[in-house]
Ligand binder design. Structure first.
Ligand SMILES: [Zn+2]
Length: 225
């Protein structure tokens, strides 16, 4: 395998998403120097991002990094520029969390994207990440949700607007009754989208929902995102 990876380095070299230096095929998409700039998020943050007055439907959230200019760039490379190598390390890091925390998860799923975004981007980044994690830890991937109502662009809305806008956004497409679900997304900002996805799955009988993301915006700074 090592020889194969060395060959790949020669045939099709990979470059650091930040500084552009050449990196090994199997690395995360960033060089060692640049990976120091990513600040790890507290691994198990029971979420309070939605504020006191809104009910939280997911049980726990794990994010790899705090959202800063470096992790934003990395997620953007992964999400918008087809740089899928970034998901290699992220998926094994998330698979490691599942193992180390002894989380009993029956199925992994991801936040769906609209058809127009899928057409434009060519792939759903959250689904890509979730399927990699599934391969890594052997937990099956299930497509549990689809978008029923596109609503407005979340970016244009304020904090409460984002929660209202996501209501009714998803429908359930798979039986999740009695299952513990691992829900994957790339970034969590207000938590509105993952909360609505979790609400739909809890209403469908899911017993437990653990959310995993690459990056997480610290509460109340999302407006600059
Ligand atoms: Zn670098």
């Amino acid at each position: 395998m090592k020889i194969f990876n060395c060959l790949l380095d020669v045939i099709s070299p990979s470059f650091c998403s930040f500084c552009g230096c050449m990196i090994q095929y199997e690395s995360s998409g960033v060089c060692m120097n640049c990976s120091d700039k990513l600040i790890p998020y507290e691994m198990c943050a029971e979420s309070s991002v939605a504020g006191d007055f809104k009910r939280i439907y997911y049980d726990r959230i794990y994010s790899l990094w705090k959202y800063n200019r470096y992790s934003r760039m990395l997620v953007s490379e992964f999400k918008n520029k087809n740089n899928l190598s970034i998901s290699e390390n992220s998926s094994s890091a998330i698979a490691r969390i599942i193992k180390n925390e002894c989380l009993a998860i029956d199925a992994l799923t991801s936040i769906p994207i609209s058809r127009s975004k899928l057409r434009k981007r060519g792939y759903n980044q959250a689904e890509h990440l979730a399927k990699k994690i599934s391969k890594n830890c052997g937990i099956p991937y299930l497509e549990t949700l689809k978008i029923s109502n596109i609503g407005s662009e979340q970016k244009l809305l304020d904090y409460n607007g984002r929660f209202l806008n996501t209501l009714g956004k998803f429908v359930l497409t798979e039986n999740v009754c009695g299952k513990a679900i691992g829900l994957i997304d790339d970034v969590v900002t207000t938590g509105a989208t993952i909360n609505e996805a979790a609400r739909i799955m809890k209403n469908g009988g899911a017993v437990n929902i653990s959310v995993f993301t690459m990056a997480k915006v610290e509460p109340f700074v999302y407006e600059s995102v």
